[in-house]
Design a protein around this ligand. Sequence first.
Ligand SMILES: [Zn+2]
Ligand SMILES: [Zn+2]
Length: 170
Amino acid sequence: MSEAEPFKLCTTCKKPIGFGASYLQCSVSTCNRAKLAQFFCTLACWDAHLPEAKHRDAWAEPMTAPTRETFLRDQQDELAREQRASARESSMSDEAERRRRIIGAPSEDLPKDVLVVVSKLKAYIKARSGMNTSDSVTEVLSNQIRKLCDAAIEVAQADGRKTVLDRDFK
Ligand SMILES: [Zn+2]
Ligand SMILES: [Zn+2]
């Protein structure tokens, strides 16, 4: 913004309204919406917008334009707020990225091997109960072990380690 630039231009006559100057605002809220706000340098200029605006009840409110310093400071505050908001957003997407890395390779690419020693498993169940063990049990147990491992991997990664430890299975 150049030094010469005024606070606003009068909506009606386009004359500049300077920083720190008095001006008029319409009392009707639709004439003051953020992007469409109207500013009037004189009562005559405010009167001039009435035929088109068709307000049922309206008056001109005397206002004082901010000083250039206040105006610039408000703009900078606004900018800082926006930057803080977008910094928050990008840290949220970092978090999403971190989560994605923890999940790692898509599960269809992972080995589906049996993770238990089938003979030892069957021997244990037999010794414990005298029961036989269906072969499909090994697959279910392997899937359970994979789920436990996935959870432990997350714990280790959250801890910044490259090694999964026994305590990650707690
Ligand atoms: Zn005017
Ligand atoms: Zn109005």
